[in-house]
Design a protein around this ligand. Structure first.
Ligand code: AMP
Ligand code: ZN
Length: 113
């Protein structure tokens, strides 16, 4: 999508700290980290959020989980623990409307309801 900031990261039109890339997914460091490890995992395909996941593309979510698994291990936070979050729409706190999964860890994270 032309004006989407995460599509621009996928196309390397704006700088980012990419830590992983394959044919379907890019992972990069969040520009405003909330914990020592804070990565964003995104599909290269522009999907607005989890509501755009359907029967035809659901396998992508499994792939993103595999990448999250790998990156958490590589970051050294797998055993201690980490969190994966995807925000959806306004009340879910979504700011950027390109599907992304936050991978957060490296310290004790606060519990939430
Ligand atoms: P969300 O509220 O789930 O839509 O979160 C959007 C996230 O994208 C926030 O954690 C931002 O810090 C992050 N972010 C925004 N712009 C960039 C960028 N250019 N590079 C890396 N992370 C970004
Ligand atoms: Zn996009």
């Amino acid at each position: 999508m032309q004006d989407c900031i995460f599509c621009k990261i996928v196309r390397k039109e704006i700088p980012s700290q990419i830590v992983y890339e394959d044919e379907r997914v890019v992972a990069f460091k969040d520009i405003n980290p909330v914990a020592p490890v804070h990565l964003l995992l995104i599909p290269k395909e522009h999907l607005a959020n989890i509501l755009d996941i359907n029967e035809a593309n659901a396998e992508l979510v499994g792939h993103i989980h595999l990448v999250a698994n790998k990156l958490a291990r590589e970051a050294g936070i797998a055993e201690k623990g980490f969190r994966i979050v995807t925000n959806c729409n306004k009340e879910g706190g979504q700011i950027i409307y390109h599907l992304h999964y936050h991978l957060i860890g490296g310290e004790q994270l606060p519990n939430f309801a």
